[in-house]
Design a protein around this ligand. Structure first.
Ligand SMILES: Nc1ncnc2c1ncn2[C@@H]1O[C@H](COP(=O)(O)OP(=O)(O)OP(=O)(O)O)[C@@H](O)[C@H]1O
Length: 263
C-alpha cells in the first residue's frame, strides 16, 4: 500500500438539536484499504456514513476525496467522483432482472443514459461490463429472473454489484451480511473478500467475524466519539473496546458465534 489517503474526514461534528451524533470525528481511508467502522448501537455509524455520502452536511469539519474538498458537495456528485455506498435493497426495481438493473447502471456510468430509447444491452460495452459483474457477483444463473424472485443473499449481492457498476474509488459497504440466512452467507463473504483490491473499502458492520476476517484497519465509535483506531490485533486486544462491547452484550473479538457452520 502506498499510504496515500483517498478519503479524509477531519473534525466532523453533527448536531441534531441538543444531540451530538458525531463528535469531532476524524478518519483517513488509505488507497486499497479494508477499513471497518464499528461501534455499538447508536454510536453514530449511520450518521458518519450520511456525512461522508453527503446526505447530511456536517455542523463542523471537512471531508476530502482524492485531495478535494467535498464537504458540501451533493450526494450524486460524490458518486460521480467515485465515492459510492451500497444501495439498500428496497431501492431496487422488483420487476427488473439483475441483467437489466446492471445494464441500466452501467449505461449511465458509460454516459449512454441519454440514449434511453435504445434497448437495454444494445451496446456491446454495456453488455460486457454487466456480464462481468453478474459473473463476479455470482448472479449469472439468476440474471434473467425478476429481482423480487431472488433469494435474499442474491439481492444483497446485486446491491454490491450495483455499487461496483458505478466504478467507485471508495466503496462504503453498509452491513453486507445483515439479515442474510446462514446458508447464503458464505457466498456473500467470499464475494466481499474478492472485491477489487484497487477499490478502497469502508465497511460498516456488526458481525465481528466478518469485520475481523475482512479489515486491515478498524475505527471504533462510541457515543458519537472516536474511541480508538488501529489494526485488528490492536482493537481485539484493547481493554477499552472490550469494555464497550461487553457492556452491550457482545464481544469485541471473535466471540460472536458463527451461524453458518463454516470454520
Ligand atoms: N435525524 C436525527 N435526528 C435526531 N437524532 C438523530 C438523528 N439521526 C441520528 N440521531 C441520533 O444520533 C445518534 C447516533 O445515531 P446513528 O444512527 O448514527 O448510530 P448508529 O451507530 O448507526 O446506530 P445503529 O448501529 O443502531 O444503526 C443516536 O443517538 C440517534 O438517536
Amino acid at each position: 500500500m502506498t499510504g496515500e489517503t483517498v478519503l479524509s474526514a477531519t473534525g466532523l461534528v453533527m448536531r441534531f438539536g441538543g444531540i451530538t451524533a458525531t463528535n469531532n470525528v476524524s478518519l483517513d481511508l488509505k488507497r486499497g484499504a479494508r477499513h471497518a467502522l464499528i461501534g455499538p448501537n447508536g454510536a453514530g455509524k449511520t450518521t458518519l456514513i450520511n456525512l461522508l455520502t453527503g446526505v447530511l452536511t456536517p455542523t463542523e469539519g471537512r471531508i476530502e476525496l482524492l485531495g478535494e474538498d467535498i464537504t458540501r458537495l451533493a450526494p450524486h456528485k460524490r458518486v460521480a467522483r467515485g465515492l459510492v455506498r451500497t444501495f439498500q435493497i428496497n431501492q431496487l426495481f422488483d420487476s427488473m432482472t439483475p441483467l437489466e438493473t446492471l445494464a441500466l447502471v452501467v449505461s449511465r456510468q458509460q454516459g449512454l443514459s441519454a440514449q434511453w430509447w435504445r434497448p437495454l444491452g444494445a451496446s456491446a460495452r454495456v453488455v460486457e461490463r454487466a456480464s462481468e459483474l453478474l459473473e463476479h457477483f455470482r448472479l449469472a444463473d439468476v440474471a434473467q429472473q425478476a429481482v423480487k424472485q431472488l433469494a435474499y443473499g442474491k439481492r444483497r449481492l446485486l446491491e454490491i454489484a450495483i455499487a461496483l457498476a458505478c466504478e467507485p474509488r471508495v466503496l462504503l459497504l453498509d452491513e453486507p451480511v445483515a439479515g442474510v440466512p446462514a446458508g447464503e452467507r458464505e457466498e456473500l463473504l467470499q464475494t466481499v473478500a474478492a472485491l477489487p483490491s484497487d477499490v478502497s473499502v469502508l465497511l460498516i458492520e456488526h458481525d465481528m467475524d466478518l469485520v475481523f476476517s475482512f479489515a486491515d484497519r478498524m475505527t471504533v465509535l462510541v457515543n458519537g466519539t472516536l474511541l480508538t483506531e488501529g489494526s485488528p490485533e490492536e482493537i481485539a486486544g484493547d481493554p477499552k473496546v472490550k469494555e464497550v462491547y461487553l457492556g452491550h452484550g457482545t464481544s469485541g473479538s471473535h466471540a460472536h458465534s458463527r451461524e453458518d457452520g463454516h470454520a
